[in-house]
Design a protein. Structure first.
Length: 394
């Protein structure tokens, strides 16, 4: 890089005119003096302009040109050391230059010559399973749950999760087929009678046919879930009157043949939440038989190797599951499936540990996690290169 005085011309007005051809492959430096000040001009093409960074170090601002992203800059042994990142999908590898407030430009050298090994999947251990549907059992003790005459909307007990359980008892004067009718069910529900799941394909019609016996106290359990609440933009008023989730309003029974009187079902118990995934009791090895139609927890270990020269972005691929949530090392990644078309939930890098990690899945329908994988998202992964002013730092 050299000063090129032919690129400067003083006009008759006293202004200084600068003109130069923009180089195609590297920055070009031009300087001029104005009084006691030295002015430096750096010319680059459009591609390098997008790779130009202002880096602070030792109370001075440096201009670095070449990397697609700079993650860190620090001084080591009196030399600037840069950590640059480049997308897996970026095949360009420009030289890297640094321009300091004084002195000549320096082309930095690579501290680590090669990118690290790219891993596309992490190894997952054997799965364990835990029943998250104890509430369907007729013997389940629900006396600490919120009691109401009619079922209350999800969140009435203070739980703000997307899941809630409802329980009550049914008694009828005549044995026969009855129609169970709900005022409101939002957005998903599973119905259990005397501890057994009922085929609820017609649940969105808010009516289910069930067989009941006279003189017997039947136990009814309803599990509900939703995908999120509306934003309520511009709405002013009590939130418990809009966008209700779960069960709300009266629930009735009547004979399927139309005879007899309508029975109003009262004395509902309600509790929100999926349960406690951290409770160590109840876990057992997952068998080959799938756990279906009711919520279950699943847990396993996975190993993250110590990686150098590469920073993959990991996602838990949940496309084989139904609806639910995922935790990694105790952190909730969110619910699945995602609203957008993507194959799973993102794991923040700072939530992962080298080697031993734990993943817990809560699936509303108890779908087996055997096909779940932890995959690298190629579009988001980065190779890491360290640049320095002096290759003797090796």
């Amino acid at each position: 890089f050299s000063n090129k005085t032919q690129n400067f011309r003083i006009l008759s007005s006293g202004l200084l005119e600068f003109s130069a051809l923009v180089p195609s492959s590297e920055p070009a430096e031009y300087t001029f003096k104005a009084g006691d000040h030295h002015v430096k001009i750096i010319a680059v093409n459009n591609q390098l302009a997008k790779r130009t960074w202002f880096v602070e170090s030792k109370d001075q601002t440096n201009i670095v040109i070449g990397p697609s992203y700079i993650g860190e800059a620090k001084i080591k042994r009196q030399h600037l050391r840069l950590t640059a990142e480049r997308s897996y999908q970026d095949s360009t590898d420009f030289p890297v230059w640094i321009f300091k407030p004084s002195g000549d430009a320096v082309q930095l050298v690579k501290y680590n010559k090669n990118a690290g090994e790219r891993i596309t999947k992490l190894k997952i251990g054997a799965w364990q399973v835990k029943n998250a549907s104890e509430a369907v059992s007729p013997e389940y003790n629900d006396h600490t749950w919120l009691l109401s005459d009619e079922p209350l909307q999800m969140g009435a007990d203070g739980d703000i999760s997307a899941n809630a359980w409802y329980r009550t008892n049914l008694s009828v004067p005549e044995t026969g087929k009855y129609q169970l009718q709900f005022k409101n069910i939002r957005e998903r529900a599973s119905v259990f009678l005397d501890g057994k799941w009922i085929n609820n394909a017609s649940i969105f019609k808010k009516s289910i046919d069930i067989d009941l016996k006279a003189g017997k106290k039947h136990h009814l359990t309803v599990f509900t879930a939703h995908d999120g609440r509306n934003k309520q933009i511009f709405y002013v008023g009590p939130l418990d009157t809009v966008d209700a989730k779960g069960l709300t309003g009266p629930v009735t029974l009547k004979k399927s043949d139309g005879t007899g009187s309508v029975i109003h079902i009262t004395q509902w118990r309600m509790k929100g939440g999926p349960g406690n995934p951290d409770n160590k009791r109840g876990w057992k090895t997952l068998s080959s038989e799938p756990q279906v139609n009711s919520p279950h927890f699943f847990k396993t270990k996975f190993s993250l190797p110590a990686l150098k020269g590469t920073r993959p972005v990991w996602r838990v691929n949940t496309t084989s599951l139904s609806y639910g949530s995922v935790w990694v090392n105790g952190h909730n990644l969110g619910r699945y499936p995602e609203k957008i078309k993507i194959n799973g939930l993102y794991i923040p890098e700072n939530w992962l540990k080298v080697r031993n990690n734990t993943i817990v899945i809560y699936d509303e329908n108890g779908v087996s996690p055997e096909r779940v994988s932890i995959e690298s998202e190629i579009a988001a992964g980065r190779d890491v290169t360290i640049y320095t002013e002096n290759d003797r730092l090796k």
